[in-house]
Design a protein around this ligand. Structure first.
Ligand SMILES: *Cc1c(COP(=O)(O)O)cnc(C)c1O
Length: 485
């Protein structure tokens, strides 16, 4: 029997991703009028992180901790074993990790960045260099805090917005060899990130991961896999990599993890729950890290998580082997990306995991990068739609020693698709409002910082518009939509 991803065909010939779940618990949503949204976005300093959900219609900020949970997960949370040490809940989680990722030694942590803190404190020394396909914001911050540097080794074409490269998250092996030849002794580990978050949720191929692992073994350098978004990457391997078309998702996941010496993840993403973990089969690496867990997180059998989260994580991990769970968000993203492309709205292709990524420099070519086009687009889109996306561009970057912005490689508005949360009519609303904004793009101007934290500034920083463009946009909206919300 062929196990390649299944689509259900429509008589009409239309390509519609069909939900393989039904809604049993709902949350009421609000869509405040655009005038209230203008007040809200100003109050939030044009930073979508600082909006409240009462002010937001569709919350597409992130998939972190926002994936819909299954009835099985909620059921499991009711039979959690409250114990400081030796909880049965921890044993169930341990078994789930061993079943799905094939690793026996587990360090539980409260979320993904806590794993990164422990990894960086354990292995990164001042002057070290960490080669990776591409960084994630919190990964980079923890490596830098410990005096290390990151080198990014994706292929040059990975940052092209429009592409038909199915695996933009691949590491360039020639670049890896060159980096190791230059910095070999200074490299504590090599890191691969599944569904490479900051370049548009782009996957790597299993063939590439095998090649990276081979080079790592030759140099006796541990390979670390950030598996926060591994489910969607495994789905793309099945969909796009010929060799694995008939391989089960479970087998793809375990083959991926087998390549790595250490696997870590945010459970807020991968298992539609909370928490996270670091896991390995190497006792030496495990022993080197484990003392930091009781220091920063909690005892070794809960790591800062509640037992209920641990139970939800165990069930959620098993559910990541279900193609209809991990394929739901990529299939909705592919639908929206295809529609937007037809309308001429610039988006990252091929469609990836995690979200639909709108190219802000293509959308707002008149806004210079120093005025944060992706931040401006995120604010403008919230203003005209009530949909909250996230800036993934220079606002999410840092400043250099001289205080100048380090301009991001790409300026993206990310519209996240948490798993099984939105309906197709909501996706059509997003398409409609983005299309409208594209026709009014000349009205959107830039932003400047008024309050700028020194670390991870995108979370708490506040900005203002460089002109009265938000008011102009409100006027144009009213002219076209009348009294519509
Ligand atoms: C979200 C994320 C993290 C950090 O996880 P948190 O649980 O948010 O701390 C690390 N790596 C990747 C790839 C992520 O997407």
């Amino acid at each position: 029997m062929s196990e390649s991803p299944k689509t259900i065909r429509f008589f009409s010939g239309e390509n519609i991703p069909l939900e393989m779940h039904k809604v049993r618990i709902v949350q009421k949503l609000f869509l405040p009028p655009i005038e209230e949204r203008l007040t809200a976005v100003r109050r939030a300093g044009f930073n979508t992180f600082l909006l409240n959900t009462r002010e937001v219609y569709l919350d597409m900020l992130t998939d972190s901790g926002t994936n819909a949970m299954s009835d099985m997960q909620l059921g499991a949370m009711m039979q959690a074993d409250d114990a400081y040490a030796g909880s049965q809940s921890f044993e169930r989680m341990q078994k789930a990790i061993e079943d799905v990722f094939g690793k026996r030694l587990i360090l539980p942590v409260h979320q993904g960045r806590a794993a990164e803190n422990i990894l960086a404190q354990s292995f990164v020394k001042p002057g070290n260099v960490i080669p990776m396909n591409y960084h994630f914001t919190t990964t980079l911050a923890h490596i830098q805090v410990n005096g290390g540097k990151v080198v990014e080794l994706v292929h040059d074409n990975a940052l092209q917005i429009k592409s038909d490269n199915p695996f933009k998250g691949n590491m360039d092996i020639a670049k890896l060899r060159a980096a190791l030849a230059k910095e070999g002794k200074n490299v504590p580990f090599i890191r691969m990130e599944a569904s490479t978050n900051l370049i548009g949720g782009q996957p790597f191929s299993l063939a590439n991961l095998r090649d990276v692992a081979k080079v790592a073994r030759e140099h006796k350098i541990p390979l670390v896999l950030d598996a926060s978004l591994i489910g969607e990457n495994a789905y793309f391997i099945k969909l796009r990599e010929k060799e694995f078309r008939n391989t089960s998702v479970a087998d793809i996941l375990s083959e991926m993890c087998e390549q790595a010496d250490i696997v870590y993840f945010s459970s807020r993403k991968v298992s539609s729950s909370r928490g996270g973990a670091i896991c390995t089969n190497r006792t030496d690496l495990f022993d080197h890290m484990k003392a930091l867990v009781p220091l920063y997180e909690g005892f070794l059998t809960y790591g800062g998580m509640s037992v209920r989260e641990i139970e939800a994580m165990a069930v959620g991990l098993h559910e990541t082997t279900d193609e209809s769970v991990i394929g739901q968000s990529p299939s909705f993203i592919a639908y929206l990306v295809e529609r937007l492309e037809k309308l001429g709205v610039p988006v990252v292709t091929p469609a990836g995991g995690l979200g639909c990524h709108v190219d802000a420099m293509g959308f707002l070519p008149h806004v210079p990068q120093t005025e944060y086009p992706a931040g401006a687009l995120a604010a403008a889109f919230y203003l005209i739609s009530g949909v909250r996306g996230m800036e993934r561009g220079t606002v999410s970057s840092i400043r250099d020693e001289n205080g100048n912005d380090v301009l991001a490689d790409v300026e993206l508005l990310r519209l996240a698709f948490p798993r099984r949360v939105f309906t197709l009519s909501q996706v059509k609303y997003v398409e409609d409002r983005l299309h409208w904004l594209y026709t009014k793009r000349h009205l959107v101007g830039g932003l400047r910082f008024v309050e700028e934290p020194p670390v991870l500034r995108f979370f708490m920083g506040r900005m203002e518009a460089t002109s009265d463009w938000p008011e102009k946009l409100v006027k144009a909206f009213r002219a076209d939509f009348g009294d519509s919300l």
